[in-house]
Design a protein around this ligand. Structure first.
Ligand SMILES: NC(=O)C1=CN([C@@H]2O[C@H](COP(=O)(O)OP(=O)(O)OC[C@H]3O[C@@H](n4cnc5c(N)ncnc54)[C@H](O)[C@@H]3O)[C@@H](O)[C@H]2O)C=CC1
Ligand SMILES: CC(=O)C(C)=O
Length: 256
């Protein structure tokens, strides 16, 4: 029986690469995303390549919906072994522009969503009694505060704290909790940030991407597949004794 992974934000970017890599690793994968149309395309590609994937619509900020989505995955894929809390929002928010609505929206997705996913997965890890793995998306921006990203960086620092605490809370049940912290990865989220950096200078997105890389002192940019290789390690048997850790996956960060 194949192991089952539940990946949020699996419809594009890093999440899509994680789905494809875990399917290649032999997992049956739930491709959970707000964007069910694109999630279905990703799942169809996996199934056409003789893998097993199921697209599930989810809003990770909605606790009840998260539990229902995991219930559906367990029922249709036959279990749960790995949860990847990858979904996230990455708005550019100069400090004086942040509104209460924006604060609530970003924290409810990026931070609360990790808590709801952990609870929903723990329900089944407890029931099946085989342990489990929880893998959370933090960021280089959750290790170093990046310019104009107060909301986003705050949530990603929070994800690292949630990772460390839940790793302690769940260790005795054989559940590991770790985080991956990418640097700059060329995805729609990052292009949105780069676009704003470029537009502010009257330049294009590629210029904005290069400038943002300089602004946060990263030497190289990564592709989504570079990140999914790290998630594959964290989801696999070789990382059973790794927990509470943040694996930084960047292009050579220089800590200020
Ligand atoms: N792209 C980058 O350079 C970096 C990304 N990250 C993190 O990696 C993760 C993935 O990032 P990207 O692939 O770049 O993002 P992306 O914006 O390209 O894709 C995010 C996916 O999550 C989904 N999503 C958004 N809100 C959702 C919600 N409430 N419920 C369910 N699905 C939702 C979107 O529909 C989309 O498919 C995020 O947590 C991000 O913070 C961390 C460091 C760098
Ligand atoms: C958007 C993001 O995660 C960075 C590295 O700033």
């Amino acid at each position: 029986m194949a192991k089952v992974a539940f990946v949020t934000g699996g419809a594009q970017g890093i999440g899509k690469a994680i789905v494809q890599r875990l399917a290649k690793d032999g997992f049956s994968v739930a491709v959970a995303d707000l964007n069910i149309k694109e999630a279905t395309k990703v799942a169809d590609e996996v199934n056409k390549a003789n893998g097993e994937a199921l697209a599930i619509k989810i809003n990770v900020a909605d606790r009840d919906n998260f539990f229902a989505a995991v219930d559906e995955a367990v029922e249709k894929l036959g279990g749960l072994d790995v949860l990847v809390n990858n979904a996230g929002l990455g708005p550019t928010t100069p400090i004086d522009t942040i509104t209460p609505e924006q604060f609530n929206k970003v924290y409810n997705v990026n931070a609360a969503g990790v808590i709801w996913g952990t609870q929903a997965a723990h329900k089944y890890f407890k029931k099946f009694g085989k342990g489990g793995k929880i893998i959370n998306a933090t960021s280089q921006a959750g290790v170093v505060g990046n310019p104009n990203l107060a909301l986003y960086s705050g949530t990603k620092f929070a994800v690292r704290g949630i990772t460390q605490v839940t790793a302690r809370d769940l260790a005795e049940e054989g559940i590991t909790v770790n985080a991956f912290a990418p640097g700059i990865v060329k995805t729609p989220m990052m292009f949105d940030i780069a676009h704003k950096v470029g537009a502010n200078a009257g330049k294009d997105d590629e210029w904005g991407m290069a400038q943002f890389s300089k602004d946060i002192a990263l030497k190289r940019l990564a592709q989504p597949e570079d990140i999914s290789a790290v998630v594959s390690f964290l989801a696999g048997p070789d990382s059973n004794y790794v927990t509470g850790q943040t694996l930084i996956v960047d292009g050579g960060m220089q800590f200020q």
